[in-house]
Design a protein around this ligand. Structure first.
Ligand code: KIV
Length: 265
C-alpha cells in the first residue's frame, strides 16, 4: 500500500468512494491494521476506557496521547495517523497550540477535536500553523456528563439544525475532516450535502466517506453489551489480520454499516 495522505482521503470524498479507519494505540496493532489496508489509524482517547480501564475518556492526558501516538507512529504505518485532543487540553489557545505541537511532533498527521462552533477560531489557528484537523460532532464522549450518558444526538430539529450549522462553519474555518458519532442517518445526509470535506461515521449510517470503529469493538473483546453500531469482525475469521481485512473490505464495498448498525431516526 502507498502511504495515505490527506489528498487520498479528499479524493475519496470527491469520487464518492469509501475509506476505512480503526483505532490503534500501539505499534503492533498499527502495523497489523496498516498491512490489512486500513486507510487511517485513530489514536483515540478511547484508550482511557479500553487500555486504562476508566469509565470515560476524561482522565486521558496529553502525555498519554503523546506516548500512544509515538507508539503507533513508530510502526511507520502506510495508514494516515490521527491523534485525539484529550479532555480540556484545548481549553485555552496556549494549551491547545502546545498540545497539537506535542502530538504532531510524536507522529500525528491530523488532530481530532470534540466540540462544535466554539472550535472555529482554534481551527483557523491550526490551519495557519499547518495542523490538519478533524472535528468530532454528535455524541462527543468528552461531553458525556453534559449529555447525561452515551446517547444518540441530533434527534430533534433544533439540535440537528445546530449540528448542520456547526459543520458548515467548521469547514469554513478550515476543518479538513468531520467525524459524526451516533446521529440519525438523515442528519448525516444533511451534513454530507452541506459540506465538501471527508466525513467519517460511527453509528452515523452508511453515507459517510469513511467509517471508524474502536479496535477492541471490531475484534469483539470489549466487555459488556456492544453498542448498536459495533460489528465483531473476528467472528468467522481465523486471525486478527483476517478480521481487519474483512472490516476494510466491508467498509469499502459498502456492506458495513448495515441498517442494523444505524439509527434510522
Ligand atoms: O476516541 C475514539 O476512539 C473516538 C472514536 C470512537 C471515534 O473518538
Amino acid at each position: 500500500m502507498t502511504a495515505i495522505s490527506l489528498s487520498h482521503l479528499r479524493a475519496h470524498r470527491d469520487a464518492g468512494t469509501k475509506f476505512s479507519m480503526v483505532t490503534a494505540y500501539d505499534a503492533c496493532f498499527a502495523e497489523a491494521a496498516s498491512a490489512a489496508g486500513i486507510d487511517c489509524l485513530l489514536v483515540g482517547d478511547s484508550l482511557g476506557m479500553v487500555l486504562q480501564g476508566h469509565a470515560s475518556t476524561l482522565p486521558v492526558t496529553v502525555q498519554d496521547m503523546a506516548y500512544h501516538t509515538r507508539c503507533v507512529a513508530s510502526a511507520k504505518p502506510d495508514s494516515f495517523v490521527i491523534a485525539d485532543m484529550p479532555f480540556m487540553a484545548a481549553a485555552t489557545l496556549d494549551t491547545a497550540m502546545q498540545a497539537a505541537q506535542t502530538l504532531m511532533q510524536q507522529g500525528a498527521q491530523m488532530i481530532k477535536l470534540e466540540g462544535s462552533t466554539h472550535l472555529t477560531e482554534l481551527i483557523r489557528r491550526y490551519r495557519d500553523q499547518g495542523v490538519p484537523t478533524c472535528c468530532h460532532l454528535g455524541l462527543t464522549p468528552q461531553f458525556v456528563n453534559q449529555f447525561g450518558g452515551y446517547k444518540v444526538q441530533g434527534r430533534d430539529q433544533r439540535t440537528a439544525d445546530q449540528m448542520v450549522e456547526a459543520a458548515i462553519s467548521l469547514e469554513a474555518a478550515g476543518a479538513d475532516m468531520l467525524l459524526l458519532e451516533c446521529v440519525p442517518n438523515a442528519l448525516t445526509t444533511r451534513i454530507m450535502k452541506a459540506t465538501t470535506v471527508p466525513v467519517v461515521g460511527i453509528g452515523a449510517g452508511p453515507e459517510p466517506t469513511g467509517q471508524v470503529l474502536v479496535m477492541h469493538d471490531l475484534l469483539g473483546i470489549t466487555p459488556g453489551k456492544p453498542a448498536r453500531f459495533v460489528k465483531n469482525f473476528l467472528e468467522g475469521q481465523s486471525s486478527i489480520q483476517a478480521a481487519l481485512r474483512a472490516y476494510d473490505q466491508a467498509v469499502k464495498d459498502g456492506h458495513f454499516p448495515a441498517q442494523a448498525h444505524c439509527f434510522a431516526e
